[in-house]
Design a binder for this molecule. Structure first.
Ligand code: HEM
Length: 507
């Protein structure tokens, strides 16, 4: 599985790199796939409501009503129909890339299993939504879908095998049609909303909306497609004839040709087998996790910043238990904590200037990488720095491998996330022998730990607690975000060299 993830990660990072050339990094669609899917669902919802105004939910009326929209009112209902179809297709594309990206970037195992596990059933719901949607048009494609679905359902042992003949003879009743309409318009969408709420319920700071320029670009692309290639129906259903020529929507209806070729048993086995495999992936093999964060009440002011910053909702505040003046204290839920260290970075007690002659203790710590251990590593690496343009690099383990940057003038410290870095550490480093500090890690908008790089950026910009002190010379601090793709490693080296040159006194 490791090898699959490595290859997949390489492919996806290369694609992203290509997009990064055309988009500002923050607007790279790969970094907003979950929220883009939500945006496509909004378009589907609004266009669906409009189309429903003209749609007749009975067997005889549905086809003519869709034809009326497509041809007579093409300028509004027709466009809405096309938007409805293309946004649905776009949602399937973004869901699949979202899924594979989470898999290849290894964000689906360990404590993070829940979003993956609850994401898988959404695939079924979305596909069934699409299938029922095609059914409602009641053209020859709908008849094909109805026949093929009936064949699949008839295959299930215990179900009376009469459905196929009903659809072939156009014996479909208005009641059955209303059931389909109910499923497509209400039942399945409500179930999907509930499932999506569950999907993101264990993480915090969820990115529901893509950046506005990206949303506008995506909408205009779908609109252009709707104008250039409007969605149209097939010929009306002919009783007693099975449909011949079909333009399949491969995003939703791909299982049917497979069933035609291999039989319903194979189609069922493949679908259920693939779903089961996907659901089990977080445990194939399970992730080895570091011990979760621990609260040190003697050092905690109860400010709650760690709880606000935790991207996994693993920290909550409760009434103080140690009788101190502060009203609240943080408590960590070990089933949600990924041990990313972001909470240590957000704790004011993590300042390396504290407890200079004793063991540094923070209000919240990673037992496997304490603030004292970090300070000791920084101190020993500062001592070893020599030459001109001495720089300390702090890098996250999920960006470029920073250890390759080390040399006598450049010291390197790797962190589980750049969000673990308390801003006071930069001040400390500059006061204790380095000429500059370079902070690197995942791309803007693409933090492995969801929010770490955003929090660091905001702390260094003085917009989030704990803020960098005003006395720190900002010309000596640089942030450079880069993904771990071979194409970008050189850029980090170049940035480091340029930064070092800027720190040296000009001759
Ligand atoms: C119906 C479509 C889906 C939508 C709208 C959706 C949306 C989202 C959103 C908004 C996030 C949070 C992104 C963030 O703020 O960091 C997310 C996270 C995630 N999704 Fe989905 N998702 C969908 C389907 C799926 C599927 C099919 C899978 C995989 C089987 C999946 C796996 C994940 C994982 C692993 C995370 C990351 C959780 C973490 O960071 O710990 N999602 N999704």
């Amino acid at each position: 599985m490791d090898a699959v993830r490595k290859i997949g990660n390489h492919v996806i990072l290369s694609l992203e790199l290509w997009f990064n050339k055309g988009f500002p990094h923050r607007l790279n669609p790969f970094y907003h796939l979950g929220s883009l899917t939500f945006f496509f669902f909004w378009i589907v919802l609004v266009s669906g409501i409009y189309v429903f105004i003209f749609f007749e939910t009975n067997v005889a009326g549905s086809y003519p009503s869709v034809e009326y929209m497509t041809h007579d009112q093409w300028w509004m209902a027709g466009i809405m129909r096309s938007l409805h179809r293309y946004a649905s297709d776009a949602a399937v594309i973004s869901i699949f890339i979202h899924m594979f990206r989470e898999l290849f970037r290894d964000r689906y195992r360990g404590v993070r299993w829940f979003s993956w596990f609850t994401g898988v059933p959404t695939l079924w719901l979305v596909v069934i939504l699409g299938i029922t949607g095609y059914w409602l048009v009641w053209d020859q494609l709908a008849q094909y879908v109805a026949l093929a679905t009936a064949e699949m359902v008839d295959w299930i042992p215990g179900i009376p095998s009469a459905m196929v003949f009903n659809f072939l003879d156009n014996q479909i009743t208005d009641r059955f049609f209303t059931l389909m309409a109910f499923l497509h318009l209400l039942g399945l969408p409500v179930a999907l909303v509930f499932l999506l709420w569950t999907h993101v319920s264990r993480i915090s700071q969820v990115d529901f909306n893509p950046p506005r320029p990206l949303a506008i670009g995506a909408f205009l692309t779908l609109l252009a497609l709707s104008l250039l290639k409007p969605a149209v129906s097939h010929a009306p259903v002919q009783a007693g004839h099975s449909p011949v020529v079909l333009n399949l929507d491969w995003f939703y209806l791909n299982i049917y040709p497979l069933m035609d070729k291999m039989g319903p048993g194979f189609a069922w086995s493949l679908s259920i087998g693939f779903t089961t495999l996907l659901m089990l992936l977080p445990w194939l093999p399970p992730k080895k996790e570091q011990p979760c964060a621990e609260v040190e009440l003697t050092q905690c002011s109860g400010c709650g910043q760690c709880a606000r910053d935790c991207p996994y909702g693993a920290i909550s505040m409760r009434k103080r238990t140690d009788g101190k003046k502060a009203e609240f204290e943080p408590t960590v839920n070990p089933t949600l904590c990924t041990a990313c260290g972001i909470c240590s970075g957000s704790c004011v007690s993590s300042s390396p200037f504290r407890m200079a002659n004793a063991t540094l203790k923070s209000g919240i710590e990673m037992p496997w990488f304490t603030m004292d251990a970090l300070r000791q590593e920084v101190q020993s690496k500062l001592k070893a720095l020599t030459g001109q343009g001495r720089v300390m690099v702090f890098g996250c383990e999920h960006g470029v491998d920073v250890t390759t940057l080390g040399r006598p003038e450049v010291a390197v410290v790797a962190l589980p996330c750049s969000g673990m870095l308390p801003p006071s550490m930069l001040d400390y480093v500059l006061k204790n022998g380095a000429d500059g500090v370079l902070v690197t890690g995942c791309r803007d908008g693409d933090c492995y730990h969801r929010c770490g790089n955003t929090w660091t950026e905001q702390r260094l910009a003085g917009e989030r607690e704990p803020k960098i002190l005003k006395r720190v010379d900002r010309a000596r601090v640089v942030e450079f975000r880069i993904s771990d793709s071979s194409g970008e490693r050189a850029a980090l080296n170049q940035r480091l060299d340029a930064f070092r040159r800027s720190l040296q006194p000009s001759a």
